[in-house]
Each structure stands twice: as C-alpha cells, then as structure tokens.
Design a protein around this ligand. Structure first.
Ligand code: HEC
Ligand code: HEC
Ligand code: HEC
Length: 437
C-alpha cells in the first residue's frame, strides 16, 4: 500500500515537473548568478543615462516598460482605474483599480504587500491573484524596480472606481486554488544574469522577460495554462488575435528580419514590407515599447536573436510572403472582391501597395501571409486604433458595417490576393472570433 502511494506521488511529481518544463531563460544553458555577482554591470533598473533621474521618473519608465496601463484601464476609462474585461473560455474577469485611492485602489498597500502582488500574486487581503495579472513574469523584477513602479503609481491622482464583479465558472472562481497553481508555475525568483552572455543581452532579457512580458502573449501555454518554454516565442492565441512566432525561425519567425526591422517594429509598430502592429501588439507598442530608449530596444533585439527557432507547425503560422505579382484573389471570392472594391481599395489599392499610408501596405505583411488570417479578421472587425503620431491615418472598423459572411469573404479575398495562401474562413469562424475579442 505505502509503496504504491509513494510510487503514485513520485509519478505525480514527475508529471508536474514535466508539465512545468524549463524556465524562460534556460535555453542558453548558461550559469545564472545574483545581479551583484555579475561582473559586466547591472542589467536591471533604468537605462544608464537615466540612473540619476528622480525616483518618479525612473518608476514611470519602468511602469511603461511593464505596460501596467494597458490591462488596468477600461476602454474610455480613467488610466490605471481598472475594469478592463478579460474574456476567457470560462467566464469574464476584470482588472482592478491600481490608482492610490485608499478605498477602491491600492492606496493602503505597503511596500511588502506590493512586492507580494508583483512577485507572488498575493493580494493585500491575502487572496490569490489570477495569473491574468502576469506575476510569473513580474516575479523577475527586482525589489528596487518594483518599488519605483509603486512610487510612480502612488504619485497619480487617486480615482474612486470599483470594477464589475468577475463572472467565472466553477472551479475557476475558486481563488484559493491559485495557491497550488503558484507553487508549480511561479518561479518566485528575481532576475539572475546569465554569465555566458553580454551585458546587452542580459539587459534585453530583463526587459523582455521581467518587464515587457513578451512571452505572456507569444509563448504557447501548457495544460496548466502556464507558459510552455519548450516552445518559447513560437506564437500563441491572445484575445482572438494570433501573437506571431517571434523565435529566430527563418520562415515562421524573425530569423529573416534584420536588426533594424525588429527595432522599427517594436519602436514604431511598422516595418516596410513586413507589416504593421495592430490589436494587442499595437497597444503594446503605443503604450510601452515606443517609450523605451533606443539602447533598450537594441538590447531586446540582441536577446530576441538568441531565442532558438521554434519547431512550429500547424495552420496558424505564417508562411513565406507571396511575391508582389500574386493575384489569385481575383478568382477566390466574388463577394470578397465586391467588398474589397467598395470598402478597402481606396486606401489599400489593387496592388496592395497603399498610396495613402506606408503603414497600410498589405503585401508582405505577416498578418496577410498567415493562412489562419485571424489577425486580418480582427483588423477588419475592430480597425486599428494606433496612437503614435506617425500613424496619423488609422483604419476604420467594419465590424458593424459587414455581416460575418462579408467579412469572411473579404478576408479570404485579401489573403488570397496579397498573401502566400488564401484563407478559407466561414461566417461561423468570424462569429467565433468576434466572441473572443
Ligand atoms: C496582462 C494584464 C495585466 C498587466 C500587464 C498588469 N496587470 Fe495587474 N492585474 C491584472 C488583473 C486581471 C488583475 C486582477 C486579478 C485578480 O482579480 O485576480 C490585476 C491585479 C493587480 C493588483 C492587485 C490589486 C488589488 O486588487 O488589490 C496589483 C497591485 C497589480 N495588478 C499591479 C500591477 C502592476 C504594478 C502592473 C505593471 C507592473 C500590472 N499590474 C500589470 C492584469 C494585469
Ligand atoms: C499583449 C500581447 C502581446 C505582447 C505583450 C507582445 N506582443 Fe508581439 N504581437 C502580439 C500580436 C497579437 C501580434 C500580431 C500583430 C499583428 O499582426 O498586427 C504581435 C506581433 C509581433 C511581432 C511581428 C511578428 C511578425 O511576424 O509580423 C513582433 C516582432 C513582436 N510581436 C515582438 C514582440 C516583443 C519583442 C514583445 C515584448 C517586448 C512583444 N511582442 C509583446 C501580441 C503581443
Ligand atoms: C481609410 C483608409 C482605410 C480603409 C478604408 C481600409 N483600411 Fe485597412 N488599413 C488602413 C491603415 C492606415 C492601416 C495601417 C494600420 C495603422 O497604422 O493604423 C491598415 C491596415 C490594414 C491591415 C493590416 C496590414 C498589416 O500590415 O498588418 C489589413 C489586413 C487591412 N488594413 C485590411 C483592410 C480591409 C480588408 C479593408 C476593407 C474591408 C480595409 N483594410 C479598409 C487604412 C484603411
């Protein structure tokens, strides 16, 4: 009996250990040391030329790099006042108010309580936070940086605002169960520089993993809804969009992009001939990456380059861009052609080379070359709401103007005409994608 119980426990532990898989930086095989023991310099904190800045300025830079605002602001709502809805397969969850209001916000949080929320996913009242708050990434943020972020948040005007109540199904409404989840999936450890890598690489790793949490969108999840770093940056679904493969794979990832391409995509949200950042990535660029210094963007590029190619397959990964002469779409869908002619051609042109905005060129775009076409669908439904001044012209939303049939048709037309392989979406697929956003 006891033997069987022990064997069972060993098997269970083995299974948990297997599901958890490697950490986000394990792929280098290098040795990790405490920040103080890393000889090359300090990869954490703000960029070197900002080290003398005030605590609030440093906190602002770090809060922007960590993009707290994007999740903690409801559409049209006050910044950081919470109420942003996360639509999950098992219900809807809302972010909370992190302005310093002492009743409805985080005004009563002590430094230690704030660190517990950031590093361990534990709320001030001791309750567990759901990992929609990306504390398994923020756990790598140093105490000093987390407290600088707190100082910045505490300098904001307090807003009285209570988010709507979550509507999660059983068993997902059982917060206490997150304690077990955390034990398995939260490393609860601060960033440890890798001695086999340069200071620049370590800076990029700190930014991308601890603060900017790229993996929370770009890395597929395991059966426990935690990041599966065996497929690091291989691409994953996010709120009805597809966060592309950003590993160094030459075909499906960034292997064929130059350093300048990646830097431009991150800081401006656009690369000629490769596409424009829309949806969740457009927001991340607008609120976060576009505010980073050039040296920090370059450090992230160095880090991204080192991520091994993802061995990715499956329909939702983009293929090599189609040649510019490609015009199969003409025969793909008559309804699609009609919609394109009526609603799209004025901005995008028949060649896919936009005459009105260099951001609106469809040829070469990853979204258009992804045969699953999920991002094209979302762009058509919700338009693009980019903030950066360089994209003065935004794309209008067509979600209300067109039926699911018309959206499917125009998307199938666009991917066939300007992409490598046309999509074959149906009205039902469009309805599904609408529901996820
Ligand atoms: C990807 C979305 C996302 C990002 C980015 C994010 N949060 Fe959150 N955060 C949430 C959600 C959702 C909750 C509520 C979770 C819950 O109720 O269990 C939350 C809860 C919190 C709480 C607990 C507040 C309370 O209710 O007592 C704190 C503190 C917090 N976040 C701080 C931050 C800070 C600081 C940042 C930036 C460094 C940040 N969050 C970035 C989604 C996010
Ligand atoms: C909130 C989710 C989210 C976060 C966080 C995020 N991304 Fe993205 N990313 C996306 C989505 C969605 C797309 C597809 C956008 C599109 O096609 O318009 C994308 C696209 C990209 C692309 C373009 C790839 C291609 O083939 O076109 C790059 C490069 C990229 N992301 C890099 C990053 C890096 C680096 C980080 C962290 C510093 C990051 N992303 C963080 C969601 C995210
Ligand atoms: C008023 C001009 C305008 C119209 C009309 C318009 N678009 Fe756009 N579209 C843009 C702009 C501008 C962008 C670039 C995104 C940005 O910077 O905001 C864009 C981006 C896109 C993208 C993403 C390209 C990439 O690089 O990832 C797709 C796909 C797209 N549009 C499809 C369509 C379709 C399909 C229609 C018709 C249903 C349409 N557009 C109508 C202006 C327009």
């Amino acid at each position: 009996m006891i033997g069987a119980a022990i064997a069972g426990a060993v098997v269970a532990l083995g299974a948990v250990w297997y599901v958890r898989g490697p950490g986000p930086l394990a792929f280098t095989g290098g040795k990790n040391v405490a920040v103080a023991d890393y000889k090359e310099g300090d990869p954490t904190g703000v960029p070197a030329d900002m080290r003398q800045a005030s605590l609030l300025e440093r906190g602002k830079y770090l809060a922007e790099a960590a993009d707290c605002v994007v999740c903690h602001t409801a559409p049209g709502g006050r910044k950081y006042a919470g109420g942003f809805a996360f639509k999950l397969p098992f219900g809807t969850m809302y972010s909370t108010n992190i302005t310093p209001d002492s009743e409805t916000g985080i005004g009563k949080y002590t430094d230690q309580e704030f660190l517990d929320a950031m590093h361990r996913g534990v709320r001030r009242d001791g309750a567990r936070l759901y990992p929609a708050m990306p504390y398994t990434s923020y756990t790598f943020v140093t105490d000093a940086d987390a407290l600088a972020i707190k100082a910045y948040l505490f300098s904001l005007v307090p807003v009285r605002a209570v988010p709507p109540a979550n509507s999660l199904m059983f068993p997902f409404n059982q917060r206490w169960a997150m304690a077990f989840w955390s034990v398995v999936f939260n490393p609860d450890t601060r960033f440890r520089p890798d001695t086999s890598q340069s200071l620049k690489w370590n800076r990029g790793a700190y930014l991308a993993e601890a603060l900017a949490h790229c993996g929370e969108c770009h890395t597929p999840r395991n059966i426990g809804f935690a990041l599966d770093n065996r497929k690091k940056f291989a691409g994953a679904p996010v709120a009805g969009w597809h966060a592309s493969d950003i590993s160094s794979d030459r075909t499906t990832g960034l292997g064929g992009w130059t350093d300048d391409d990646i830097a431009s995509y991150l800081s401006v949200g656009h690369v000629s001939g490769r596409g424009t950042a829309s949806g969740p990535m457009g927001e991340a660029v607008d609120h976060s990456f576009s505010k980073m210094t050039k040296t920090d963007i370059d450090a992230m590029v160095t880090f991204l380059r080192s991520v091994p190619p993802a061995t990715s397959s499956g329909p939702s990964l983009k293929s090599a861009p189609a040649p510019l002469s490609h015009t199969d779409g003409a025969t793909a869908s008559l309804l699609g052609k009609k919609v394109f002619e009526g609603a799209c051609v004025s901005c995008h042109g028949w060649s896919g080379e936009s005459a009105v905005s260099k951001f609106a060129t469809l040829t070469g775009s990853s979204a258009v070359n992804d045969p699953s076409a999920v991002n094209v669908v979302q762009i058509v439904i919700s338009g693009t709401r980019r903030l950066t001044p360089s994209s003065a012209l935004s794309m209008p939303s067509f979600g209300h103007a067109f039926s699911d049939d018309e959206i499917a048709a125009v998307v199938n037309y666009v991917t066939a005409r300007f992409g490598a392989k046309g999509s074959s979406l149906t009205a039902r697929d469009i309805a599904d994608l609408r529901a996820q956003n």
